[in-house]
Design a protein around this ligand. Structure first.
Ligand SMILES: [Mg+2]
Length: 370
């Protein structure tokens, strides 16, 4: 199929799936045992592009009601034009939150569609910079007992060869400091001295508490302290950053470029986290990465791992991608072509058009809620 023969996006479809976790999961400020995946598919000339987000099934309804009228009839080659039309359509509905997730799922689907129409791997369409994307194992939930934590860490390091791992701390809104510390030291004992250890407090600590905790976790050589305080508190993040040697990271709740611009300007983080399934999709992630570069910051991809591989391979100032246990499990079950790490890295699929993934609709049917 040549680019010029693709006339218009003629179909948009949505669906949602509620998938039980393999064990109860929790962090400093939230707990869950189900994860909802919202799928968006766009079609032109019989070719289908696929994107998704992890949010409320309401995202699917918002796509149907607000975004689909904007997308239908658009030239599938003009993804940023369609993106802008969707942003305009969301003005009175609200871009952050559900609006941003709906927008992101569709934007990713549109880029996948364009690459498939052009018969190009998505990373080649975007302009690949890196052959491989470093990943870090992410899970280590506060709900895990010692045995579960040990098994997960060993699985990442010994079985999958990952060289960086992250656990959740800040249990019960920062009220279990001693358990947090004992789990950090337990993790270090399991992974040995060579593997990098990251922690994520999901905004559970106060500024002073986070600085004290950073000091107390120093013997475990923690390299990455994610959301030590609420990511709404940019001054607080900057203050923790000024007083700790671990890199402070945040940004997973960023829904547009302006948010990330403010985070950079506030010198709040050492590394910007961005989520392609929330920030506005591939179109916005590339802009966020450019702004981060202006401030001398690298970018780390948050969750939805298989949705990130191609776009992060095209980001010069890439640090790594979060290989989040829950989403890795879901995407491995529901997509043919889901990536597997080798020596701590994943690669774009250069032997298939688009994102190289195929949705396993029959497999997903048992969890469908929309
Ligand atoms: Mg996080």
């Amino acid at each position: 199929m040549s680019a010029s023969s693709a006339s218009a996006v003629d179909q948009v479809s949505t669906s949602a799936y509620r998938i039980p976790t393999d064990a109860p999961e929790g962090d400093g400020t939230f707990a869950w045992d189900l994860t909802t995946l919202v799928l968006a598919q766009v079609q032109a000339d019989g070719v289908v592009g696929t994107g998704w987000t992890y949010g409320s099934a309401t995202c699917a309804g918002l796509i149907d009601e607000v975004l689909t009228p904007v997308i239908r009839g658009r030239d599938p080659m003009d993804v940023p034009g369609t993106f802008q039309g969707m942003v305009d359509a969301l003005r009175n509905v609200g871009r952050p939150g559900v609006g941003g997730m709906a927008l992101s799922a569709v934007d990713c689907a549109l880029w996948d569609l364009k690459a498939r129409l052009l018969e190009l791997p998505l990373s080649k369409l975007l302009g690949q910079v890196h052959d491989r994307v470093p990943v870090y194992g992410s899970g280590g939930f506060t709900t895990y007992d010692e045995e579960q934590l040990t098994a997960q860490l060993k699985g990442w390091v010994a079985d999958q060869g990952l060289t960086r791992v992250k656990i959740k701390i800040g249990e019960s809104r920062g009220t279990r400091e001693e358990r947090d510390l004992s789990r950090i030291h337990e993790a270090r004992d399991v992974i040995g001295p060579e593997v990098e250890l990251f922690v994520d407090a999901n905004g559970a600590y106060t500024v002073g508490q986070a600085v004290r905790m950073a000091d107390r976790m120093r013997p475990a050589d923690v390299r990455w302290f994610e959301e030590p305080v609420s990511s709404d508190d940019l001054d607080g993040l900057a203050s923790v950053r000024a007083h700790t040697s671990a890199d402070v990271a945040a940004g997973e709740y960023g829904f547009d470029l302006v948010y990330f611009g403010r985070m950079c300007a506030a010198r709040a983080v050492d590394c910007l986290q961005v989520d392609v399934s929330r920030c506005g999709g591939i179109t916005e992630l590339l802009r966020v990465a450019a702004v981060a570069a202006v401030h001398g910051l690298q970018v780390s991809g948050h969750c939805a791992p298989n949705l990130h591989v191609d776009v992060l391979a095209s980001v010069p100032n890439l640090r790594h991608l979060e290989w989040f246990h829950d989403h890795v499990r879901i995407e491995s079950m529901l997509f043919d072509g889901a990536r597997r790490p080798a020596r701590g890295e994943v690669s774009p699929n250069l032997n298939a058009p688009g994102n190289g993934l195929k949705w396993r609709a029959e497999e997903a049917e048992r969890w469908v809620i929309k």
